[in-house]
Ligand binder design. Structure first.
Ligand SMILES: [Zn+2]
Ligand SMILES: [Zn+2]
Length: 135
């Protein structure tokens, strides 16, 4: 038996099984995904904007399908290409081009640098300030 959680999209309570969305929202996504895929198959030269308008959904939704690697573009879908989030090279699915993916995998196997930066330091400061106030 899984934990009860609130669906990340509709907020409804559901039994968590590894997906942050409830069954209904997953089904909704699946339906949308099929529509998007069919539209792209019929209109290989369309842009993400055209698909969004035609199906009355947001461009983000389509990009989400692409980033998740769920939706894959064919060679003819040149108007819908994504940018690699690391180097900006056009890719057809996922978030990174194959080169960046390979490089990052190499990096992960090596030593991971400790988290630095303003954000984490600020959090520490807030924590100590909070403690000081308490005592
Ligand atoms: Zn839901
Ligand atoms: Zn890249």
């Amino acid at each position: 038996m899984g934990d009860l959680r609130n669906c990340r999209r509709c907020g409804k309570l559901f039994v968590y099984m590894g997906n942050p969305l409830c069954r209904q929202c997953i089904d909704q996504d699946e339906e949308l995904f099929i529509k998007v895929r069919e539209y792209i198959e019929k209109n290989p030269k369309c842009t993400t904007m055209e698909v969004a308008n035609a199906l009355d959904i947001t461009v983000e939704k389509i990009l989400q399908f692409l980033r998740e690697g769920k939706l894959e573009l064919g060679k003819e879908n040149t108007n819908m290409l994504l940018d690699c989030e690391r180097c900006g090279r056009p890719i057809s699915t996922g978030r990174y081009c194959s080169e960046c993916a390979a490089e990052m995998e190499k990096g992960f196997r090596g030593s991971v640098p400790p988290p630095t930066g303003r954000q984490s330091r600020e959090k520490d400061r807030m924590y100590t300030a909070h403690r000081r106030k308490k005592y």
